[in-house]
Design a protein around this ligand. Structure first.
Ligand code: GLU
Length: 362
């Protein structure tokens, strides 16, 4: 009997301990939802893409319609967002990101700057199609005038897919945007547990979840259980340290990209100039090499005042000085990011040597 009593009291003791542990571990969530008024305010600016896309079946992950769900529907699909921040949403556009134009970029950037100038806004999340996400993120990295976090996210699987990655990516982006630790790091790209710098992060695969990579620069950090762990920061200047001011811009100068390949010709350069290009980015072979077939047209473009910058079609590496080729050096920017920078550079100067400095600074 005594033994029995001891056994029961030991059991009760364990039960009480387990209950206490349970209550303690649940309390942060209860506290968060009860004190949502004191949580940071983060605005989601939705632009479309797969994250807002729907397909005909849960197994369909290509060939679906991007940009269907509204900002409101996106936010409602992830109730946990309310535990991290006071969340509001706005629709900037609702398109696949192949249809993001310079006009959308300017509209988005101006709205981000307006929001971040408000003392009650802690950060901004932008939802975006993944195909050109890195271009928008890098554009914002160059024109946002605030240290507050701006995080761009998207998804590789539509909202209707089994294991859709949109909800988790949105929650992680919100976590980073609401985090004081994320301030001053430039615009970030958050998908698939990774926090990347907009300067370096690029889409490396057309269909897989782990497509966004930082190549030589790696990642800024990782998310584990909705906690951001920052490990590095970029040395390139961004946001408040750039000379670019979108508030006085209604359009951006035309900059086109011409891809290098065997047996290519100068006609693509001629066409870009005839179309009104103020800048041309060469997506050159190797470390930005230009063929003998294209050089006469590239030289003609430069003689007419068009700024030409060399980049590499390989997806990585710096472009070195080489007397065999002409044009500015695009640092280690991929062609699509070099185009974004050249458009902005042309809004502040036409001087090739100043633009060359800009390529190395940002
Ligand atoms: N092409 C679409 C877009 O970029 C879908 C790709 C995606 O979002 O993953 O919006």
């Amino acid at each position: 009997m005594r033994n029995n009593h001891a056994h029961v009291s030991k059991y009760m003791h364990r039960l009480l301990a387990a209950l206490t542990l349970c209550l303690l571990s649940a309390s942060p969530v209860i506290a968060q939802s009860q004190t949502s008024g004191s949580l940071p305010h983060v605005t989601v600016l939705a632009t479309g893409g797969t994250i807002a896309g729907t397909a005909g079946s849960e197994t369909q992950t290509t060939g679906y319609k991007p940009g269907v769900l509204t900002a409101d529907a996106l936010l409602k699909s992830v109730p946990s967002l309310g535990k991290i921040a006071q969340v509001s949403g706005e629709q900037i556009s609702n398109v696949g990101s192949e249809n993001i134009t310079n006009d959308v970029l300017l509209k988005l950037a101006k709205r981000v700057n307006q929001l971040l100038a408000q003392p009650d806004i802690a950060g901004v999340v932008v939802t975006h199609g993944t195909d050109t996400l890195e271009e928008t993120a890098y554009f914002l990295n160059l024109v946002v005038k605030s240290d507050k976090p701006v995080v761009v996210t998207g998804s590789m699987r539509p909202s209707t897919a089994i294991s859709a990655d949109g909800p988790s990516n949105l929650l992680q982006a919100m976590t980073v945007a609401a985090s004081p630790e994320a301030r001053g790091r430039g615009v970030m790209i958050v998908l698939n547990d990774r926090i990347g710098s907009a300067r370096y992060t690029t889409k490396t695969n057309g269909t897989t979840l782990d497509t966004f990579k930082g190549n030589d620069a790696g990642y800024l950090g990782t998310l584990v259980d909705e906690v951001p762990h920052f490990e590095t920061s970029t040395l390139k200047l961004h946001t408040t340290s750039t000379p670019f001011d979108v508030s006085r811009l209604d359009s951006l100068p035309e900059v086109d990209i011409v891809y290098g390949y065997q047996n290519d010709g100068g006609f693509m350069y001629d066409a870009a100039v005839a179309h009104g290009a103020k800048g041309i980015v060469v997506a050159g072979v190797g470390a930005g090499s230009e063929s003998l077939l294209t050089l006469p047209s590239i030289k003609k473009a430069i003689a007419q005042g068009v700024i030409v910058a060399r980049s590499s079609r390989t997806g990585g590496g710096f472009v070195p000085e080489d007397p065999a080729y002409v044009g500015l050096l695009g640092d280690d920017l991929n062609p699509q990011k070099a185009r974004i920078l050249l458009m902005l550079a042309l809004t502040v100067t036409k001087d090739p040597s100043r633009i060359q400095e800009i390529f190395h600074q940002f």
